[in-house]
Design a binder for this molecule. Structure first.
Ligand code: DGJ
Length: 718
């Protein structure tokens, strides 16, 4: 019997699925739009592989849920069984013929395996705007006794056989989004996260670059899992050369127990494909995030420049000092003042106070109102730091409810930053936290919460001993959802010791991410660049820190620190009173330049330029109508040659003329050859065609390490 085929189309992308003998379908094509007339049956016969010796007579499909029961030789999409050991193999059959929704963008399917007593559903959508694929799966126990899942993958995606390597991410505190290139070999590459938050260590994303692809050209696919807890990613090559990508929640023992009638749904898997290189892939993700993920918060358009007091004062809170900081920050151009950790009862250091979300009356004798009034009088909005899921042993909350922490009787939760995690799977804990945060938001004009999570998980279990890691994550989502429902204008920032909880599911409820506790602009250039593979620039918080970076000890110029921060969601995190007059003036200008460009950052297409010279890291932000762009060129190490090669900008329309500004003489540091003016007159005076900028490129003055050029191009009117 010939396979039944369906196609989905959306956003310039086509996806073709084929089901043989009424079994679960497999993806036989995922790439740029196919002609309407494409013969799908022919396509299936084209991609069918010859049969090898030593294989089963009917090769098991690499279906959305590859099944051991059909002879699939790799990791199956479902691993589970009933308590008597049955039900572990399946042969799902479609309950209805495959049928896309009338708009042709999405498909939902239901399949059953009566022998195992299971129903499997999957939903796939090609987003019409971005071409991004979102996919989820759900398993329901239709049997009469419990079914225990230990692994349920999101719909499984194929990877092309000609790829040589994949790109994943590792990291740690202050060192997020570290690129890791892994060769494809026979067998499985597995990345597992067991830290209870999205994690610095194992970002749940994977990039599949096609042969010869680079930042601007070639075939690239990328996936990311929308989940803020434990996860597993599997990239496996079978003996027959086929390759599969699986992703899902990493379930602790017992967490996947389904009573009769119960279901387990995977998180969304979000996947992009591009024929315009890695930047094309990330532009698809950015577009999807802007259209479908970010909360709709008109009050935060444009995004205000932040002042965050953390690195200026840490736990040393004093109302007069804070008012001074607020005045100085407003004078520089800040528009939102965030009062970080240390404002609540007993919080003199990081060993105590968490859980008691009322203001410390010893320090704030008249409460938060006078500080907020002062902040508002400076024309700024007010934001507050919280870490709701946590409790310190030294807190009123813990003294009243020691049993509210995650724990196993007889075992002790290992503390992290001296704190415990509260059990958010318990409704009374969620209710208490909701009431405490709601009371703060009701009592004060607080527009913004910085929501932190400063430790990884351990012993995520109820007193009865059952694992609750998944429920814990869902408890956080519920709490945020509830608060946002009552306070629809509230913007929440996701933070977990920097970028430890940044993913597409938390972003639906947040909208800004604190990308890293590293305010070291040198480190930041790469962290920001790699994070941009998945997330758009305007949601990634980037602050100008002190001259000597607190997390690295590196000394960096104000121009470099401000330039790097200004290419994302800009903020300040220093004591502005320490600035020299000239640095203060520079910072004021950098903030005002950022304000003039923030809509370009928030709506434009973002390109990472290939790093043709090691240490020169360039990005370009192009407005949707291509009338304006911002080019940033960060020099991180000594240039290998005494004169750097011109930088080509092939994304600009060839027939347009651009006037370039931004590289003033004052920005060229003393040690650079002051006679080197080759590029400067061109920038200042003559419009240049997109063709020349693309094919010949732009020469920049010689650079020193830790310097950034910011060049703006505008369509020339003349
Ligand atoms: C970790 C965050 O990432 C910092 O920005 C700061 O808010 C501290 N926590 C406060 O404890």
């Amino acid at each position: 019997m010939s396979p039944a085929c369906v196609r989905l189309d959306g956003g310039g992308v086509s996806l073709v699925l084929a089901s043989t003998d009424n079994g679960l379908p497999e993806i036989v094509y995922w790439g740029s739009s196919l002609p309407e007339t494409a013969d799908l049956d022919q396509m299936v016969s084209l991609v069918r592989r010859p049969h090898g010796h030593g294989q089963l007579d009917a090769a098991a499909p690499l279906s959305l849920l590859p099944e051991t029961g059909r002879g699939f030789p790799g990791q199956p999409g479902l691993i589970g069984q009933r308590s008597d050991g049955t039900g572990w193999v399946t042969q799902f059959r479609l309950a209805q013929p495959l049928q896309p929704a009338p708009d042709g963008h999405s498909l939902q399917l239901v399949a059953r395996c009566a022998e195992a007593g299971l129903a499997y559903e999957a939903g796939l959508t090609l987003q019409s705007g971005s071409g991004v694929l979102t996919a989820w799966a759900r398993l329901t126990n239709e049997g009469t006794d419990a079914f225990l899942i230990s692994w349920l993958s999101c719909p499984v995606l194929p990877a092309e056989p000609d790829l040589t390597h994949m790109v994943g991410y590792h990291g740690r505190w202050c060192h997020e989004f570290q690129r890791q290139t892994v060769p494809w070999v026979k067998g499985a590459h597995v990345r597992e996260n067991r830290l209870g938050r999205t994690s610095h260590e194992h970002f749940p994303g994977l990039i599949l670059p096609g042969p010869g692809s680079d930042e601007l050209s070639g075939r690239v696919h990328g996936v990311q899992l929308a989940w803020s807890g434990d996860h597993r990613l599997v990239a496996e090559e079978l003996a027959d050369g086929r390759r599969q990508i699986q992703a899902g929640c990493l379930l602790a023992p017992g967490e996947g127990r389904l009573a009769p009638g119960d279901s387990l749904r995977t998180p969304d898997l979000v996947a992009a494909c591009s024929t315009a290189g890695l930047s094309g892939m990330s532009q698809a993700f950015h577009s999807h995030i802007r259209r479908e993920i970010l909360p709709d918060l008109p009050a935060f358009q444009p995004r205000p420049v932040h002042y965050n007091c953390w690195e200026a004062i840490y736990f040393d809170h004093d109302v007069t000092q804070l008012c001074d900081l607020a005045s100085a920050a407003a004078d520089l151009g800040a528009e939102l003042f965030v009062l970080d950790d240390g404002w609540f009862k007993g919080r003199v250091d990081d060993t105590r106070g968490l859980g008691d979300w009322t203001v410390d009356r010893q320090i704030y004798q008249d409460g938060l109102a006078p500080l907020i009034a002062h902040v508002q009088a400076q024309g700024m909005r007010f934001g507050l730091w919280v870490e709701p899921e946590m409790v310190s042993a030294d807190s009123d909350l813990y003294r009243a409810h020691p049993d509210w922490r995650l724990d196993l009787p007889g075992l002790t939760q290992v503390t992290g930053r001296s704190q415990f995690i509260l059990d958010l799977s318990r409704p009374e804990v969620g209710d208490h936290l909701y009431r405490a945060l709601h009371a703060l938001l009701e009592a004060h004009p607080i527009s913004y919460l910085k929501w932190d999570m400063n430790r990884t998980a351990n012993l995520s279990a109820t007193p009865a001993g059952r694992a609750v890691g998944r429920h814990q994550v869902e408890g956080v989502y519920r709490l945020m959802d509830r608060l946002r429902e009552t306070h629809p204008d509230l913007l929440i920032e996701t933070c977990a010791s920097g970028g430890g909880r940044l993913d597409l599911e938390i972003l639906k409820r947040t909208g800004r991410a604190w990308l890293s506790d590293s305010n070291d602009a040198h480190e930041r250039v790469r962290i920001q660049r790699e994070a941009s593979c998945f997330f758009p620039p305007e949601i990634l918080g980037a602050h100008v820190g002190p001259a000597r970076c607190h997390t690295s000890g590196r000394r960096l110029s104000l121009s470099f620190r401000a330039g790097v921060a200004s290419t994302r969601h800009m903020g300040l995190e220093l004591d502005p009173r320490d600035l020299s007059d000239s640095d203060r003036a520079r910072l004021r200008t950098a903030i005002s330049d950022h304000k003039s460009r923030r809509s370009l950052l928030a709506t434009g297409r973002h390109y990472r330029l290939p790093e043709t010279e090691p240490g020169r890291v360039s990005e370009l932000f192009l407005s949707p109508d291509a009338t304006r762009f911002l080019l940033s060129v960060a020099q991180l190490s000594m240039p290998p040659s005494s004169a750097s090669a011109p930088l080509r900008l092939p994304m600009l329309p060839a027939d347009q003329m651009y006037s370039l500004t931004g590289l003033s003489d004052a920005d060229v540091p003393r040690a650079v050859n002051r006679d080197d003016r080759t590029a400067l007159p061109v920038l200042a005076e003559t419009p240049i065609s997109g063709a020349l900028l693309g094919q010949v490129g732009l020469s920049l003055p010689n650079a020193l390490p830790d310097q950034i050029w910011l060049i703006e191009g505008r369509l020339s009117s003349g």
